[in-house]
Design a protein around this ligand. Structure first.
Ligand code: UFG
Length: 337
């Protein structure tokens, strides 16, 4: 298939691009490189097989004319939409950036799809659409009460997608990622944010000596060891789900949403300990106050993705996820640069 991967130079996007090209798909990445890396697309493209290939077009998803031109000239069959501003804390300080970048640009992208008759889209949504969970495992029909502007924008886009289906017949699958983690098994691709805010890369960068210590945000949560619990899901498992979602849409699947997680939670302290095991040395960490907006526990029920998409994660052990991330960070301490 011919796929437009919007934001395909980012962490999750570039891993999906790699999976796509290695299975013979033709991928056009549209990315403004504000947080993504041209090198990530180049590395992903090298895995091409069976006629697959990846090209990078530097541009904005909010540029409806440009997107429309790409959809037509590349004869695109399906869109994957990864591009977003995605920092929960920043979204609280600068909501306009999130409403404009995430929601505003999604309107332009969907309008470009309407203009050019492309009718399938896989959308990167987030566990942040749920807010504070009321059940141990979060299933797709759990109440949606996002506690951050970031989560609100992801939920707004899901609503928008339903509206564009009703009005224009664009079918979509929204994939609600829990905590994306890990790196490609080759060690050639991985997470490279600047600034880095996510736990596992911060812990591993501390192990390398690029940071002095890990700050553990909150030790008084109602969890066994007092630190927050999250459901870490490997980026290659997320990538598999995108390909399954695209296949489902191609076979006529109706607009829907799926959680993507392992269904098991690990605390911040467990992540630090498992990382110490993976790197073979102690990692300095200090206990600090809570970070605003962090729910105590976020763990997915991903049964719907298993039964309807046939998705099952390969990386079910936190230690294996961290080991894959370590392979990348250890060999690329400065990311793609
Ligand atoms: N944490 C620390 N120290 C750090 C960084 C993080 O203790 O230096 C803690 C956080 O407080 C949290 C856990 O580690 O409890 C995981 O934090 P991350 O920042 O790695 O991930 P989040 O759970 O905050 O965020 C993820 C995605 C978001 C998404 C959110 C859904 O990265 O895009 O889940 O709630 F919105």
């Amino acid at each position: 298939m011919r796929v437009l991967a919007v934001g395909g130079a980012g962490y999750v996007g570039s891993h999906v691009v790699r999976h796509l090209v290695s299975r013979g798909h033709l991928v056009t990445v549209l990315d403004n490189l504000s947080t993504g890396h041209a090198k990530a697309v180049e590395v992903a493209g090298k895995a091409a097989a069976g006629g697959g290939c990846a090209e990078l077009v530097v541009g904005d998803v909010g540029d409806r004319e440009r997107v429309g031109e790409l959809l037509v000239s590349r004869e695109i069959d399906a869109v994957m939409h990864f591009a977003a501003a995605s920092l929960v804390g920043e979204s609280m300080r600068n909501p306009a950036k999130y409403w404009r970048n995430n929601v505003g640009c999604a309107v332009e992208l969907l309008d470009a799809m309407v203009d050019s008759g492309v009718d399938k889209i896989v959308f990167s949504s987030s566990a942040a659409v749920y807010g504070e969970p009321t059940t141990a495992l979060i299933s797709e029909d759990h109440a949606k009460a996002p506690t951050s502007t970031y989560g609100m924008t992801k939920l707004a886009i899901e609503h928008m997608l339903r509206g564009y289906d009703q009005a224009h017949g664009i079918r979509s699958i929204s994939l609600r990622y829990f905590n994306a983690a890990g790196a490609h098994s080759s060690g050639e691709m991985g997470e490279a944010h600047d600034p880095e805010t996510h736990l596992i890369p911060i812990v591993l960068r501390t192990a390398i000596g690029l940071r002095e210590k890990v700050s553990i945000f909150g030790t008084d949560y109602p969890t066994e060891d007092g630190t927050c619990i999250r459901d870490y899901i490997h980026v290659d498992d997320l990538a598999d789900a995108h390909l399954l979602a695209m296949d489902a849409l191609s076979s006529g699947a109706a607009t829907t949403a799926y959680n993507l997680g392992n269904g098991t939670g690990f605390s911040v302290l467990q992540v630090v300990r498992e990382s110490e095991q993976a790197v073979g040395r102690p990692i300095p960490a200090t206990r600090e106050g809570r970070r605003a907006g962090d729910p105590a526990v976020l763990v997915a029920s991903a049964e719907r993705a298993a039964s309807e998409l046939g998705w099952s994660p390969n990386y079910t052990k936190l230690g294996d996820i961290i080991a894959s991330a370590w392979k990348w960070h250890d060999s690329h301490p400065h990311g793609y640069s």
